[in-house]
Design a protein around this ligand. Structure first.
Ligand SMILES: Nc1ncnc2c1ncn2[C@@H]1O[C@H](COP(=O)(O)OP(=O)(O)OP(=O)(O)O)[C@@H](O)[C@H]1O
Ligand SMILES: O=c1ccn([C@@H]2O[C@H](COP(=O)(O)O)[C@@H](O)[C@H]2O)c(=O)[nH]1
Ligand SMILES: [Mg+2]
Length: 231
């Protein structure tokens, strides 16, 4: 059923990382330019950044700023799942039940949605907001899509602050109530922190303390992206 899409079979355009000593030495594994003459941009492997953090840590807010400032495409896994629910597709009801409980949707569903968006996008610089949620998600992404992320951002925010933000978000989300928030926080600790630790051990993680105003936090995000060079 799953195939490795052709668009991922070429490497990214060459880029240089000029990270200063304050920022991780990005272990960019794909520095070799293997794009053949005449290849179109669609065939160039995208630069993938996973953006992780607890519920309400500010992933969506900061991704919007990164997208605007640095020209990334912003794909939110949660948004894609919510769109599936509103589209009334066959999986909609099941996805709704899982989100209401703060649980994790099966990997194949989420990855299929992310894959389609990447394929549709002309942009080769991609932010994947809120994915992978579990090590199982991560392994499935690597095996189905056939690539690892180039960079992983983790917005580290105290629980109390996350709860406060979620309870005043007022976007009508079915999961922004205190019972579901508690469950989402438990699921984050149990299933998402191991993913974050995994990327830390691989030298791909940029941890950003997500306290202060949105602007304060973006000041810490900015140099991470400003240090990347794309051709
Ligand atoms: N630094 C900040 N200070 C105060 N409020 C913030 C800050 N950053 C974001 N918010 C607000 O907190 C709420 C949650 O932010 P956001 O939606 O970006 O978080 P998220 O990590 O994407 O959450 P979720 O995982 O639930 O999708 C929003 O209402 C947003 O406007
Ligand atoms: O990869 C994913 C991403 C999200 N979910 C489910 O959606 C909700 C909301 O996600 P946000 O990132 O907070 O918008 C999340 O609590 C999960 O239930 C998922 O299953 N897999
Ligand atoms: Mg979000």
């Amino acid at each position: 059923m799953w195939r490795r899409p052709a668009l991922f079979s070429y490497w990214i355009p060459s880029y240089l990382c000029t990270a200063s000593s304050n920022y991780i030495d990005l272990h960019v594994h794909h520095l070799h330019r293997q794009v053949k003459e005449g290849d179109t941009s669609k065939q160039v492997r995208p630069f993938i950044t996973f953006v992780l953090g607890g519920p309400g840590s500010g992933k969506g807010t900061q991704c919007a700023k990164i997208a605007e400032t640095f020209g990334f495409a912003h794909l939110s896994a949660g948004e894609l799942l919510r769109k599936e629910i509103s589209s009334g597709c066959e999986n909609g009801e099941m996805i709704l039940d899982i989100i209401k409980e703060g649980n994790i949707v099966p990997s194949e569903i989420t990855i299929n949605l992310i894959r389609k968006e990447i394929e549709l996008s002309e942009n080769r610089k991609i932010l994947v907001d809120g994915f992978p949620r579990t090590n199982e998600n991560r392994i499935a992404f690597e095996s189905i899509i056939g690539v690892e992320p180039d960079l992983v951002i983790f917005f580290d925010c105290p629980e109390e602050e996350m709860v406060k933000r979620l309870l005043s978000r007022n976007q009508g989300r079915i999961d922004d109530n205190i019972e579901t928030i508690k469950k989402r926080l438990e699921v984050f600790d149990k299933l998402n922190l191991p993913v974050i630790n995994y990327y830390s051990s691989k030298g791909k993680l940029q941890k950003i303390k997500a306290v202060g105003t949105m602007e304060d936090i973006f000041e810490k995000v900015y140099p991470v992206f400003a240090s990347l060079r794309f051709e």
